[in-house]
Design a protein around this ligand. Structure first.
Ligand code: NAD
Ligand code: GLY
Length: 366
């Protein structure tokens, strides 16, 4: 048995909205994790029916030394509940308990809970503080960092939301031990993403340590979470509200969102759709002559080794295009994709429908 450890915090530098990302084992129960948080009389833990029974009691106990009242609201689990009706459960709880504008929200769960809690925090009384306590690999390496909060609309993924930064992100690696294997694979998609867009040395490392990551080796997880957060923090610090470079973090997402929306939210996991979307976006980059076949094969092999699908569902190219147009990068109906200019460098380009149809047709399961 190895000794529990924590790495030095990663800092995200956003002026007066800067905050630390704590990464380590046993953080939920470590008193110093929760010191120096905003002073308030009330904390509200937002979690779901799966994560709540596993971790809410421990978080409630830890927070009880800092807040007079620590309440908990338990949401239904799943992407299909990332909607207005479920968001309202958080407001019902806040208003029902007479929560004031100093109340601190704690998002305990994966990206769905994190995105919804962040959006609720941005809206309640025009903004209350919140803390991200991500418990999925995907949320620890991506969604809890950077302040994107949202719910889905039946016509489009994450279409209703706000940029709103948390006070702190607490990545307790121990929570990943209870995560289903399919969710581990989904998280690996967002880790792999950082290689082709920003750091090919990290891609080499992921290839070499993929088996350890799949086996949830704490040291390997710590490095993967840390390096992912460093890259994300570096990108977000340059472009908090996605006026430019931040869009590269959406590599694979334009195709991926079409898969999620086209199949119905929750049928494929977000990370699965992103994994497959990265294969399509890499193929598109190859068609433009920017990367070679060996690069596309290398990425596809890694995505498959991570346990992710590499061929898209047969929705029909027109259905893909329809959903890809409902994308925050699209302008005047023109679809924009994140493409790999050269390994380790990404860019965003408008792509003609005819080229997209070729890529989609080639990238879907027969
Ligand atoms: P999720 O939140 O649905 O969690 C996946 C599943 O794992 C759920 O059933 C959840 O209850 C369960 N779970 C969570 N932690 C667990 C644990 N420790 N043990 C056992 N089960 C656990 O999915 P996700 O992959 O974490 O997040 C996907 C969401 O994140 C999508 O809605 C996506 O749009 C969003 N996202 C947001 C950003 C952003 O920047 N805000 C970035 C990427 C993804
Ligand atoms: N997950 C993409 C972003 O945070 O910008």
């Amino acid at each position: 048995m190895t000794t529990p450890f924590s790495t030095a915090a990663v800092h995200i530098d956003l002026g007066d909205r800067s905050y630390p990302i704590l990464i380590g084992q046993g953080l939920l129960d470590t008193p110093s994790t929760w010191t120096d948080l905003p002073k308030a009389s009330t904390a509200l833990i937002v979690t779901n029916t799966t994560v709540g029974p596993l971790y809410a009691h421990r978080l409630q106990t830890a927070l009880s030394t800092h807040y007079k009242r620590v309440r908990c609201v338990v949401l239904p689990d799943g992407e299909s509940h990332k909607d207005w009706a479920t968001l309202n459960l958080i407001f019902d709880e806040l208003l029902g308990q007479g929560a004031d504008r100093k109340t601190v929200l704690f998002a305990l769960g994966g990206g769905v809970v994190g995105d919804m809690t962040g959006f609720a925090a941005a809206c309640y009384m025009r903004g209350v503080p919140f803390v991200q306590v991500p418990t999925t690999l995907l949320a620890q390496v991506d969604s809890s960092v950077g302040g994107k909060t949202a719910i889905n609309h039946p016509m489009g993924k994450n279409m209703i939301g706000a940029f709103y930064q948390p006070q702190r992100v607490v990545c307790d690696l121990d929570t990943l031990q209870t995560l289903p294997q399919r969710e581990m694979s989904a998280g690996l998609a967002e880790i792999i993403k950082y290689g082709p867009i920003a750091d090919m040395v990290f891609l080499d490392w992921i290839e070499a340590h993929l088996d350890a990551l799949l086996a949830r080796d704490p040291q390997a997880l710590a490095h993967a979470v840390r390096r992912s957060c460093e890259i994300k923090a570096w990108v977000v610090a340059q472009d908090e509200r996605e006026g430019g470079v931040r869009a590269i973090l959406n590599f694979g997402h334009t195709f991926g969102h079409a898969i999620e929306a086209g199949l119905g939210f929750g049928v494929w996991l977000h990370g699965e759709a992103v994994g497959c979307g990265m294969v399509m976006a890499a193929n598109l980059s190859q068609r433009l002559g920017w990367v070679d076949e060996a690069f596309v094969r290398r990425l596809t092999t890694l995505i498959a080794r991570a346990g992710l699908p590499t061929a898209g569902p047969q929705l029909g190219a027109q259905a893909y295009l329809h959903h890809m147009r409902v994308d925050k990068k699209a302008e005047a109906g023109e679809i924009k994709c994140v493409l790999i200019e050269s390994p380790g460098r990404a860019t965003v380009r408008a792509v003609p429908d005819a080229v997209l149809v070729q890529v989609i047709d080639a990238g879907c399961a027969a």
